[in-house]
Design a protein around this ligand. Structure first.
Ligand code: MBD
Ligand code: FE
Length: 284
């Protein structure tokens, strides 16, 4: 929104915040993993690397370039970003392959739990004059058997018009464009927000360096992040995109699915748009 934010946002600062956030929400400790499984997973991962080195005759110069890049990823705090952009989508695919309800997709590095609780119809916390097309995002949460899920929870977080997330870029109010909406007794919710902008991976860090070195682009399409849950049901982590938006067809994070593309319509007599999207939750 302001040049101020653009100037101050650095890969290292958002990386440090993402690393800190990850450490505080870790799902399980590595020590919970069975020795045999660590043995086969790591052995196969290394064997795949060895095979690539042999097939491509990787040189010492390339090996050293890899080593310094890996060191820099750690120094920049960009492991959460790197892994969520290039690896998480396959973990999500495997984790959710048996779901019958709504599609999920990756969480990404910028989720923060315990955002402000809001009623079933609510406006997300935002700055005075927050830039962007006003968006009414509404829908209903039901169970796979069709039952409306009273009091379902819809957590939502997204970037502002420059692609920055609160708590991961300087100058934004703590909970800007983040909220936990409690649906009504029919599972209905109405969320007033603004349409987010496409997100560019920071160009000044190690992930940006990799993208430049490989000649890739650094963009994710504009997206809303969501976690939807209800008692007795499995939480779904997902994202929703906008039809016709830039990079919907070539997301750097490979996290777009056809079921996740919204097609909002203009709200007559206003400059805003609205869209309805219903969530269907699998039983726990
Ligand atoms: C994002 O906003 C995001 O959602 C992912 C997955 C990676 C980087 C930035
Ligand atoms: Fe995101």
């Amino acid at each position: 929104m302001t040049d101020n934010i653009t100037e101050q946002a650095t890969a290292a600062a958002s990386g440090a915040a993402a690393t800190e956030q990850f450490r505080s929400k870790q799902r399980a400790e590595a020590t919970d993993v069975d020795t045999k499984r660590v043995d086969s997973l790591v052995r196969e991962l290394l064997a795949a690397a060895h095979d690539i080195i042999r097939r491509h005759k990787v040189t010492y110069a390339e090996y050293d370039a890899l080593k310094s890049w890996l060191i820099q990823v750690g120094e920049d705090g960009e492991w959460p970003l790197f892994l969520d952009v290039w690896v998480e989508h396959v973990v999500e695919e495997v984790a959710n392959e048996n779901r019958e309800g709504s599609k999920g997709t990756i969480e990404g590095p910028y989720y923060v739990p315990d955002s402000p609780r809001l009623p079933a119809e609510a406006t997300l916390p935002m700055r005075e004059g927050e830039e962007g097309t006003p968006l009414l995002f509404q829908g209903q949460v039901t169970s796979v058997d069709g039952t409306a899920l009273s009091g379902a929870t819809v957590e939502i977080w997204h970037a502002e018009s420059d692609g920055f997330y609160s708590q991961f870029a300087p100058g934004l109010p703590e909970w800007n464009l983040r909220g936990t909406v409690i649906a009504d007794d029919q599972g209905n919710f109405k969320i007033h927000t603004i349409e987010p902008a496409p997100y560019q991976i920071p160009t000044d860090g190690s992930c940006g360096k990799l993208i430049a070195a490989a000649g890739w682009h650094a963009w994710r399409p504009a997206h809303l992040h969501l976690k939807v849950s209800a008692p007795g049901h499995q939480l779904i982590t997902t994202q929703l995109y906008f039809k016709g938006g830039e990079h919907v067809a070539d997301d750097i994070a490979s996290a777009v699915k056809p079921e996740l593309i919204l097609d909002p319509s203009p709200v007559p007599g206003s400059n805003g748009r609205e869209v309805t999207y219903d969530f269907v939750l699998d039983k726990a």
